[in-house]
Write a protein that binds this ligand. Structure first.
Ligand code: NAP
Length: 286
């Protein structure tokens, strides 16, 4: 692995257990080539029993930093000397870097990735600071609720199969965030400026997401963070009735931007070439 790496070359990696499925090397490899940077981006499998020591001693690994994927995001956050606001709120970090003084810094970029995708694909989507409906209350939902609060949405309604998980997120984010059981969706959908699916429903191999969109305002933006398939049942249903839609692959690409900038010193662009590269890879492996 290290034989071809020259001294001084900046190294970064995706770390987790497992990491074989990760598209991050494709994304960062594309940017390294695009910007002519003498760096590398590897996959490093970190077994659960090794995680605390690995992140705690990242400075000795030769890496400038890394992405962190399931199941180590909480362990990684706990190892950091400094966390950004999102990582503090999530208690989980997906991007780590060593600063100039050697401190281990951590960020959670899922929320920023969500915002970056909508900013790029649906400019002006948050101008009204209105009412957002979030389906699901897992890790991604927490990051998205944080992101919506950061854009000053006036109401955020979370609907989840397990009500208690929705309630925990609502409790954390204060009075504009409300938790509901799934069966109450019909009462609120007519108010939505934004409808976002963060459940795994609708993903290839999972049960479909079955929703009645009859009362959803035609001006509402509909987005799904599931990106396999790219056009989920929800997006097709929303587009067929005239709603603006944004698919989820852009979130995956935009969440990678801050890490690349921290490690390699260039803020990379999420462009059509990168999107095509990742979509082709997803198609080939499906
Ligand atoms: P997670 O923490 O496991 O949460 C899964 C969510 O889906 C929970 O709200 C869960 O409800 C709900 N759910 C699962 N099966 C369900 C079912 N049969 N009926 C009703 N609800 C169900 O997962 P996550 O990390 O938040 O990720 C969620 C999805 O987003 C995944 O498909 C993931 O691949 C995708 N994702 C995409 C991006 C991107 O960059 N586009 C980033 C992160 C995640 P309960 O709480 O009731 O179990």
């Amino acid at each position: 692995m290290t034989a071809k790496i020259r001294a001084g070359k900046i190294r970064a990696a995706v770390t987790g257990w497992p990491v074989a499925h990760s598209r991050s090397p494709l994304v960062h490899g594309h940017w390294l080539k695009r910007y002519g940077i003498d760096g590398s981006y590897e996959k490093i499998a970190v077994a659960p029993e090794d995680a605390e020591a690995f992140y705690g001693n990242l400075a000795t690994s030769g890496l400038k930093g890394c992405n962190v994927t399931i199941p180590h995001k909480e362990t990684a956050a706990a190892a950091c000397d400094v966390l950004d606001e999102a990582a503090q709120k999530m208690g989980a970090a997906n991007t780590l870097w060593l600063d100039e003084t050697g401190r281990l810094c951590g960020a959670n970029t899922d929320g920023a990735g969500f915002l970056g995708n909508l900013d790029q694909m649906a400019p002006g989507w948050d101008d009204r600071h209105g009412c957002a409906i979030v389906l699901g209350a897992g890790g991604a939902a927490r990051a998205i609720v944080w992101a919506l609060c950061s854009r000053k949405f006036t109401e955020v309604h979370i609907f989840n199969r397990t009500f208690e998980k929705a309630r925990q997120i609502a409790d954390q984010f204060g009075s504009i965030v409300h938790a509901h059981s799934w069966d109450k969706l019909g009462t609120y959908i007519g108010k939505a400026d934004l409808l976002v699916n963060t459940t795994s429903l609708g993903m290839t191999g999972k049960a479909p997401l079955e929703l009645d969109l009859a009362d959803l305002p035609k001006e509402a933006l509909v987005t799904d963070i599931v990106y396999v398939p790219l056009m989920t049942g929800l997006l097709k249903q929303a587009a067929a009735r005239g709603n603006r839609t944004v698919d989820g692959v852009g979130m995956l690409l935009h969440q990678a931007v801050p890490g690349f900038e921290k490690w390699f010193g260039v803020r990379p662009e999420v462009d059509d070439d990168l999107r095509r590269l990742v979509l082709d890879d997803l198609e080939q492996s499906s």
